[in-house]
Write a protein that binds this ligand. Structure first.
Ligand code: G6P
Length: 602
């Protein structure tokens, strides 16, 4: 995790760095700091907490001007989120200052060696070793010392270095964690992600893995870790900063929930296409494996139901962090679908590399163009949901679902597992689903807000669903616990009798996802079992099913749709329910405690 910004140019660097940090705060926000080079001396200012604490601290300091600086917002891995552990970190003489994202796995042995050689450490972080290593290797050539240091580091990280001896350059390297260089006129930038620099330039260079480089105010160079020059590829960002702003909504999460109809509309209209190679790989595949984390994993679970139902191909779904350690049966006939909003989730990348080593073809479903996952995949389907800033994933989830449905339909066409008429009927449903999503947001938001108002003080929640909406229940529970901190559990409704039923009494709120389906009656039996034990029931049901009101006053209706597609619609009220409960509890919705948007550590 963590966010890095670097600037060199003609402007006063501090406002540029702070603006960049604010736009990267979604990556981590437990401490923050800047290092500015002023008249040959590096001045470091850092503090615990969010960027606003750093702003306040800097406001109290003497105003100076520096045209070069580095900055960092942290999500702690090694060492508590204290001021001392905040980045930037320096060597013994404050000649070299570094910011870093990711983990240096061998820092402990390096640190012991450096301490024996007389280096003095002041933090508990892994990062500090990088500054001391550069100090150790510096013999008058910064690039050489930096590369020697980087080559000593093991793990997955991105790092930026500033030196008091070189006011004209910043050095950087990427081994696993994302890093971009922004191309300006008479100024250049470094950042972990595009929004940090988008108000200054829309031209970026995606630094590749095992690539290092240097920015000066009028030049950017890239080289490999041995120092050999590499070509630059400048890409243009097509979205603007406006799409990374709140547009009048109180939170990014609410804005992103409301963007779903438009995302679904465009995805379904564009459809997806399999090229010859992917068609061949899929024809050859005995099964499809899916790996993902968090919300993307729940999308993968729905994907299993959908692809198996449509294409009659066996699908396995794993949490990425489990997949690689369970000796999965993968070979050159396997197809692995990796789902990730960010494309930088370390566990998912590790699972992909494991499968790739065993010969599998990698298909990724990803939201971030140019991310690590997309570069390591054989085939990429973008979710085109636009930047998702709220830590709790919403629009990326329904976009992932849409791509999985389109994938299932394409596969069904290849496998001839569905009649052509059914495929076109399903395509039509997908192309129309955005209108239902829009209706839910328009007609149900108020109602959901009221229901949330009557439930925000419950101490715990159970979410129940069956079949395709079992993953919906897991996702509903995840959304609620992520942003409201209320313990919430998702369960397959049929499993309730094997344990969770013991928890039901008048203090337990139970959200039942019960749209029209072939197992609707079974869901009703579960609802009756909860009612008999005085559980407080909230039901998500199909519009027009007035009968269901006899089980609870708290019913949220979603439009009628074929069961197979109901998870897309069920997601919206569950997201809004979690949102309004968290809002009523006064929680920090876009930046919930202990979480980060992009988890680049295993
Ligand atoms: C973090 C986020 C979740 C997200 C998960 C996977 O835990 O807080 O919202 O679902 O990572 O992220 P990815 O970018 O791989 O979808």
């Amino acid at each position: 995790m963590c966010g890095i910004v670097g600037y060199i140019g003609k402007k006063d660097s501090l406002p540029v760095l702070l603006e960049g940090l604010r736009r990267l705060e979604y990556r981590g926000y437990d401490s923050a700091g800047v290092a500015l080079l002023e008249n040959g001396v590096i001045r470091v200012v850092k503090t615990q907490g969010k960027i606003k604490n750093l702003d306040a601290l800097l406001a109290k300091e003497k105003k100076t001007c520096s045209n070069i600086g580095i900055a960092h917002t942290r999500w702690a891995t090694h060492g508590a989120p204290t001021k001392l552990n905040a980045h930037p970190h320096s060597d013994c003489r404050n000649n070299f200052s570094v910011v870093h994202n990711g983990i240096i796995e061998n820092f402990s042995s390096l640190k012991n060696e450096l301490i024996k050689e007389g280096h003095k450490f002041i933090s508990e972080t892994d990062t500090e070793v990088a500054a001391h290593l550069v100090e150790k290797y510096y013999k008058g050539n910064l690039k050489e010392a930096f590369l020697k240091a980087v080559n000593k580091l093991e793990g997955s990280f991105a790092i930026v270095l500033m030196s008091s001896k070189y006011p004209d350059r910043l050095l950087f390297a990427r081994l696993g964690s994302p890093l971009i260089a922004g191309v300006g006129k008479g100024e250049n930038f470094l950042a972990s992600d595009v929004p940090a620099i988008l108000s200054h330039t829309n031209k970026v260079i995606y630094v590749k893995d095992c690539q290092a480089g240097e920015i000066r105010k009028d030049k950017i160079s890239l080289f490999n870790l041995k120092g050999k020059t590499q070509p630059l590829k400048v890409e243009k960002i097509l979205w603007d900063l406006e799409s990374a702003q709140k547009s009048g909504y109180p939170h990014f999460m609410l804005k992103e929930i409301h963007e779903q109809p438009s995302v679904l509309k465009h995805l379904a209209a564009a459809g997806i296409k399999f090229d010859k190679k992917l068609t061949g790989a899929l024809k050859n595949a005995r099964q499809v494996s899916i790996v993902a984390c968090g919300t993307a994993y729940h999308a993968g679970m729905v994907g299993k139901y959908v692809i198996e139902e449509m294409a009659r191909v066996p699908v396995s779904v794993d949490v990425s962090s489990e997949f690689r350690y369970r000796s999965p049966i993968i070979d050159s006939r396997s197809v692995l679908i990796a789902i990730s909003q960010s494309g930088e989730t370390a566990d998912t990348l590790a699972a992909v590399r494991e499968a790739k080593n065993k010969g599998a073809k990698i298909v990724s479903i990803c939201n971030v163009v140019g991310s690590s996952l997309t570069r390591e995949s054989d085939f990429v389907f973008y979710t085109h949901a636009g930047p998702e800033i709220g830590v709790a994933s919403t629009k990326a989830y329904t976009a992932q679902l849409m791509v999985l449905y389109l994938f299932g339909l394409n596969l069904a066409r290849i496998k001839k597992s569905l009649p052509v008429a059914t495929i076109s009927k399903y395509n039509k449903i997908l192309r129309n689903i955005h209108t239902h999503a829009r209706l839910i947001l328009k007609n149900c938001s108020r109602r959901i807000c009221d229901v949330a108002g009557r439930h925000h003080n419950f101490g715990s929640f159970l979410f129940l669903g069956r079949n395709l909406n079992y993953p919906s229940a897991l996702e509903g529970a995840l959304k609620l616990k992520e942003i409201s901190y209320i313990p919430a559990e998702g369960y397959a409704a049929g499993e309730m009798k094997h344990g969770p039923i013991a928890l039901i009494d008048e203090y337990r709120a139970v959200v039942c996802i019960a749209p029209e389906s072939k197992i609707y009656e079974k869901m009703i039996s579960n609802i009756q079992e909860i009612e008999a034990r005085k559980g407080k029931i909230v039901i998500i049901a199909t519009q027009g099913n007035n009968d269901i009101k006899k089980y609870s006053k708290e019913v949220i209706f979603i439009p009628k749709i074929a069961e197979l597609f109901s998870p897309i619609l069920a997601a919206l009220p569950l997201q809004l329910f979690a949102y309004y409960i968290a809002a009523k509890r006064g929680c920090d919705i876009d930046q919930p405690r202990n979480l980060a948007k992009s988890v680049t550590v295993e």
